[in-house]
Design a protein around this ligand. Sequence first.
Ligand code: C5P
Ligand code: MG
Length: 227
Amino acid sequence: MPVIVDKIADALHLQSHKSTFDSNVTVIFVLGGPGAGKGTQCARLVEDFAFCHLSAGDLLRAEQHREGSEYGQLIQTCIKEGTIVPMEVTVKLLEKAMTATLEEHKSGDGWADGRGRFLIDGFPRKMDQAEMFEHDVGKATAVLFFTTTQEVMLERLLERGKTSGREDDNVESIKKRFNTYKDQTMPVIKHYEKLGKVIEIDSSVSIEEVHQKTKSAVANLLSGSTA
Ligand code: C5P
Ligand code: MG
C-alpha cells in the first residue's frame, strides 16, 4: 500500500494499524452487573479450559496499592464512587498482564506456539475502553454476559462485603455502581450484540447450573476458533 494511503487508513483507525496480539490469542470479555457472578464463573472456566483469567478490577486494586504508583489516589476515588477509571490506565494494565502471561509460556490446551486464551473479566465497562482495547491490544472473540436482577446482585454484594474488605461493597457505593453499569456498560453490551458476539447467560440460578451452561457455550466458541 502506498505510504500516504497507509497513513490515512491509520488516522481513520482502519486495518493498517497493528494491534499487540493477533488471532493466535483468543480474548473473551466477561460482563454483567456488579455481583452477577463474573469472577466466580471465570475461576471455573480456568479449570475447564486453561484460560488466563484477568479481572480488570483486581488489576486496578493491585495498582492502587503498588508502591510508587502515580494512579493510586485516582483509582481509589473511582472505585469508591463506582465510576470508571480513565481507559488508558486499565487498558495498559491488561496489556502488560497479557504480555507477561504469554512470556511465561503457560502450558495446556490453547497455549502452544505463541497461542493463548484470556478471560478479561469486568471489561470493557465503557465504550472507550472497548475501542482502545480492540484497536491497540487485540480483538475480542465473544462477550459472556451474565444477567440477574438488581435484588440478587445487591444481596450477593452485601454478603461478600462482610469479608471482602472492598471499599465499594457497601450500599452507598453499590447504588453508584449500578448506575454506572446502566449508563456506561449497557451500551457496550448493545454494541457487541449488534456484532452478534454476546452470549447471554442467566446467572440467577446456582453456581453449578450457571457453570454448566457457560462451559458448554465456551466449548462451542473454542471449537470454532484457531486457539
Ligand atoms: O469489576 P470490579 O467490580 O472489581 O471493579 C471495581 C471497580 O473498578 C469498578 O467499579 C470501577 O471503579 C473500576 N473498574 C473500571 N474499569 C473496568 C473495571 C473496573 O474503571 N473495566
Ligand atoms: Mg469481580
